[in-house]
Ligand binder design. Sequence first.
Ligand SMILES: [Zn+2]
Length: 202
Amino acid sequence: MAVQDEPRFRELAAAFVEECRRRGVRLDQAAAEGVLTSQLSLYSSRAHVSEVEVLARYFDDGWPRRFAALFVRCDGGSGRRTVEPDRAFGLDNACSLLTALALAVELAVASGGHADRDECDLAIASAAVCVAEFGVAVRSRCSPDVVLPGAAVRFAREVLDVAAERAAAGTWQRCWCSEPLHEHDDLRAVVEQLQVDLLLLH
Ligand SMILES: [Zn+2]
């Protein structure tokens, strides 16, 4: 039985349509099912389990909300996704991006307790995917450059964009506490570095 025939598959896709609608993006059921299918196949190939199992184990009721938050942000509310071309980076720039992604993870992990939890979790998950893609790209390169798949470029840009914005606003910090009176490190230098690294992705 194909995963698309599971009642749960259709429920999640419908909930995703609804979450996108709440965010001002119109998406039809077929497009939502396409998005869900590509996510399931991605997880399935990474986790080496069937898509049906991935659906049952990893796609809970929070998925439509979490993924809509990412989806709507990354397509600028147009409801249409553009295909991002693969990009070649020098090894030094690839290392800078890896470092920036690690920094974003550090901020998101420390901030999960006091900032928007879904956003932090999503940033961590997306950054992890990017880091893995970078690793594969470095290992399998057949030229001095590191060629990164377009989807990973897009994910990296989203993660670093959110991290720079949240760190600049002070909602993401390196400290785990939620003490309103604790004086936190000035993250200005961190934000500037993230913004410089982001330029590599534009
Ligand atoms: Zn603190």
